[in-house]
Design a protein around this ligand. Structure first.
Ligand SMILES: [Ca+2]
Ligand SMILES: [Ca+2]
Ligand SMILES: [Ca+2]
Length: 335
């Protein structure tokens, strides 16, 4: 009996040590973090937490609705949600999503008190937004992570305890949004119009996952689902690609004035339990220009010289540039 008591005491000490051990953490590239095996499952597990740097691609509220409502009790309904994508730079050809939800407790495996009250959820935003980051800023994100439907997301692992917070730091303001890479549907779909999956992530859909891309000369198979969170399909006449609309203020019933064919700029996303499937182009906002389905900031990143955003880089843009320049010089002389 005595040895049993001693053993129990020792075991409790060991367990306490395991529970209290500091989480391991490492700086990784998006490419290292998003690596997958032949079935599309993520392989990164070297540390409990990661530190990733990259350029923020969009406003979080243009993607998911953060409005808190802690009266919701429906199973799997998370209520308020917040998500950003940030993209690796240079050779780091990958990108990562960061996700936060309000009512984790509506997931069947989370304790009933495991969700945020409305006040607590707003406090999370205050904490995160203190870094005052904007699209086009270089940020550093530190946190735990979980594999979800083909992406490895930084998140709180559905745990509202402060030890599970992720943090966002502003590294450099205004480095600029990346220029969207031009991708054809032939690079994303095979001859049978199935997604191209390369486990080495050197081509096909995985290569572009989490990154800003541009697809030219496409049209909607059917535009009926146009509106916030709408799910549509674009085609080049032969191949197709699902397109998900966000909730930017330019996306509402009736705001589709695109002349077909048009170009699209969005983030390559994946969301499917079948991990080599479910790719889609996520477009957060639309500025109504009629030619390119994209938010204003993504069009500007695509053609930085197109100062008046009419889709053409020409002398009119140069004239605006000169006018702004001269005005600035005149203002300076008058100081
Ligand atoms: Ca994937
Ligand atoms: Ca938290
Ligand atoms: Ca122009």
């Amino acid at each position: 009996m005595r040895s049993f008591i001693v053993l129990t005491a020792v075991l409790s000490l060991v367990l306490a040590a395991i529970v209290k051990a500091d989480p391991t953490v490492a700086e990784v590239t998006h490419s290292e973090f998003q690596a997958v095996d032949a079935s599309g499952e993520h392989t990164y597990s070297a540390t409990d937490k990661v530190v990733l740097e990259g350029v923020l691609l969009h406003n979080p509220a243009d993607m998911l609705d953060p409005t808190p409502d802690d009266t919701i009790t429906e199973t799997f309904n998370i209520s308020g949600q917040w998500q950003i994508y940030f993209q690796g730079e240079g050779d780091d050809h990958a990108g990562t999503a960061v996700w936060l939800g309000q009512l984790y407790n509506n997931l069947p495996w989370i304790a009933p008190d495991g969700g945020y009250t409305n006040e607590e959820f707003v406090a999370e935003f205050s904490r995160l937004n203190a870094a005052q980051f904007s699209p086009g800023d270089r940020i550093r994100v530190t946190g735990y992570y979980l594999s979800y439907n083909g992406k490895l997301n930084i998140n709180e692992q559905h745990n509202k305890e402060p030890e599970h917070d992720f943090t966002i730091e502003l590294v450099e303001r205004g480095v600029g949004l990346p220029r969207p890479e031009v991708v054809t549907l032939d690079e994303l779909k095979d001859g049978d119009d199935e997604f191209i999956f390369d486990p080495n992530r050197q081509s096909g859909c995985e290569y572009y996952q989490g990154r800003l891309i541009k697809i030219e000369d496409v049209y909607f198979v059917d535009a009926n689902d146009w509106g916030p969170h709408g799910e549509l399909v674009i085609t080049d006449g032969i191949k197709t690609l699902p397109l998900k609309l966000g909730r930017g203020n330019g996306i509402y019933a009736g705001s589709d004035n695109l002349t077909e064919p048009f170009d699209v700029i969005g983030i390559m996303d994946q969301e499917s339990p079948y991990l080599i499937d479910g790719y889609r182009l996520y477009v957060m906002n639309y500025d109504g220009n009629g030619l390119v389905l994209a938010g204003r900031e993504h069009r500007r990143a695509d053609k930085p010289g197109d100062i008046n955003l009419d889709g053409v880089v020409d002398g009119v843009d140069f004239a605006e540039f000169v006018e702004d320049w001269l005005k600035q010089e005149t203002d300076a002389e008058n100081l």
